[in-house]
Design a protein around this ligand. Structure first.
Ligand code: HEM
Length: 502
């Protein structure tokens, strides 16, 4: 298997430069003119090609997570979790090449790495049975629990339509009107809101996924990637200084660490919930704003991954990297998490728009196993088949194109998706089914009271108060109410600090 990190790399160039057709060009310095001082000639094809190609050097930046950095490495599965999944990459002793892209969410491509924001943690595993992507964050939960709100949420965190500026009113307006954001905003305003580097933070799959073993038994899992580098974070003041000094602080840190051989490592764990316990668990286990208690479902070690190769080319391998939660492999499935299902559509669609229908043929996205798809043609078709049928089923020697007999068969029940009791069969628009302890503020409050110490609570209150800078009085009142719902002490402290700073 060729090294996934150098697929597509051209041999080192030497000799005179050529046009894109491979023929040497006469000059990189002087355009052709009519007479030494006359107009530039249209038949200077190299000039035309050079300017025209330059105009097309950019693809649209990602609509979210535009600023990011990546590196290659390997996942080592050291433990035996085959009782829970038959996925090839999670079998004991297996090593799987991978790519990770870290990012911030709200900023644009040139935005600072040290803004307070959630960090993206996207992994692509090139498994022997197809690419498997875990597109997660550095937090175990998310702001919302239904994909229908995602564009509104992101609009509120990006820029105002008229000024092009980010806006505290808009951010807090959305958050305080969407109380399910409380848990994630507590993480965001706390220490995890500004990790010092990408190396010094944990990663999470965040959603509940399904693992399926060789016998077809199903389990619910949540992924946790624990950094061996330790957690490090900036205060608001430190981050402001770094932002001014080096907007690419996390990018340069990751690059430099790998170049000096200081390879970052994350230990991979899962929480595993027996399939039937989901229906009665105290919190809806498919609600992305909730975690599962580690006491109820302790971490189970799977292995570790190490990042040890920088990209050979940032644009080709990081900007064009296409991560998609819909890239699943045998032994792993979705859950009835509405966010996850929305994401199942959103990412592949974003890639078709941003880099094209054939984005899976770009070397960094190519699986390492054979692809036997009947999809063909389209812009930039790069891999192709010759005299073979292009449709399924066919009677001309190419395999039938499906894994079943071609007859209609039952492929499982709604229960296999975790939907034993769908609470009615009508198509419905409604809230998540509430479990006994479900409440939007409960886990955020527990995080504040039971996990943070006094110093971290104080930092959290300070960060919140500073992030409120610029809010109007109506929003200010809403913000106090929001944090008082999370924790009365915190609500009071934020009021004190914000009032004092006025
Ligand atoms: C329904 C909710 C969501 C929608 C519709 C959505 C949509 C998107 C889109 C369109 C992109 C840009 C993809 C590209 O152009 O390459 C993106 C990137 C990303 N999203 Fe989401 N997202 C959602 C929720 C989430 C959640 C819950 C997480 C984490 C748990 C997450 C993590 C990421 C990451 C890490 C990236 C950057 C991937 C990369 O490095 O290329 N997103 N999202």
């Amino acid at each position: 298997m060729s090294d996934v990190s150098s697929r597509g790399l051209c041999p080192v160039a030497h000799g005179p430069s050529t046009g894109l057709n491979g023929a040497p060009v006469a000059s990189e310095n002087h355009s052709i003119t009519q007479g030494q001082q006359g107009s530039v000639a249209l038949h200077d094809f190299h000039l035309i090609e050079k300017l025209a190609h330059f105009n097309r050097e950019r693809v649209p930046e990602r609509v979210v997570h535009a600023k990011g950095s990546g590196a290659f490495g390997e996942l080592h599965t050291t433990e035996d979790v085959s009782a829970y999944t038959c996925a090839a990459l999670f079998q004991p002793g297996v090593t799987t090449p991978m790519l990770v892209r870290f990012s911030t969410v709200a900023g644009e491509q040139g935005s600072p790495d040290s803004w307070r924001d959630v960090r993206g943690f996207a992994c692509k595993f090139y498994t022997t049975e197809g690419n498997y992507d875990i597109v997660g964050n550095n937090t175990p939960v998310f702001f919302i629990r239904d994909g229908i709100k995602f564009p509104d949420f992101i609009h509120s965190q990006k820029r105002l339509p008229h000024t092009g500026l980010r806006d505290a009113n808009m951010q807090w307006d959305f958050w305080t009107r969407s109380p399910e954001t409380a848990h994630q905003v507590t993480y965001l305003m706390g220490d995890r809101g500004i990790p010092k580097t990408f190396r010094h933070m944990d990663g999470f799959g965040s959603h509940t996924y399904q693992w399926i073993n060789e016998a077809g038994e199903r389990f619910w899992v949540k992924y946790h990637f624990k950094t061996r580098q330790g957690w490090e974070y900036y205060s608001d003041e430190e981050a402001a200084a770094i932002t001014g000094a080096n907007a690419d602080s996390s990018r340069s840190d990751l690059w430099d660490a790998i170049e000096r051989g200081d390879f970052p490592i994350w230990d991979v764990y899962v929480q595993i919930m027996p399939f039937d316990e989901a229906e009665t668990y105290r919190w809806n286990p498919f609600d992305l704003t909730k975690t599962w208690s580690h006491k109820d479902y302790p971490l189970v070690k799977v292995g570790y991954f190490e990042l040890n190769r920088n990209p050979e080319n940032f644009f080709a391998q990081i900007e064009q990297a296409a991560f998609a939660p819909s890239n699943l492999v045998r032994g792993i499935g979705f859950s009835p998490d509405k966010m996850l299902i929305a994401r199942g559509f959103a990412y592949a669609d974003a890639h078709r728009y941003r880099i094209g229908a054939n984005h899976e043929q770009i070397p960094v996205n190519q699986p390492v196993c054979p692809v036997n798809s009947y999809a063909h043609d389209g812009a930039m078709t790069y891999q192709f088949r010759g005299a073979e049928p292009v449709y399924s089923p066919n009677g001309f020697g190419r395999e039938a194109g499906f894994n079943d007999s071609g007859n209609t068969v039952t492929v499982g029940t709604a229960g296999d998706m975790g939907l034993w009791d769908t609470h009615g069969n009508d198509f419905t628009r409604g809230a998540y089914v509430q479990h006994p302890e479900d409440d939007d503020f409960i886990q955020a409050g527990q995080l504040v009271r039971d996990v943070l110490d006094d110093a971290a609570r104080e930092r959290l209150a300070g960060n919140i108060a500073r992030a409120m800078s610029g809010v109007n009085s109506e929003i200010e009142a809403r913000v106090y109410e929001y944090w008082t719902n999370v924790d009365p002490w915190l609500g009071g402290r934020v009021r004190e600090l914000f009032t004092a700073a006025k």
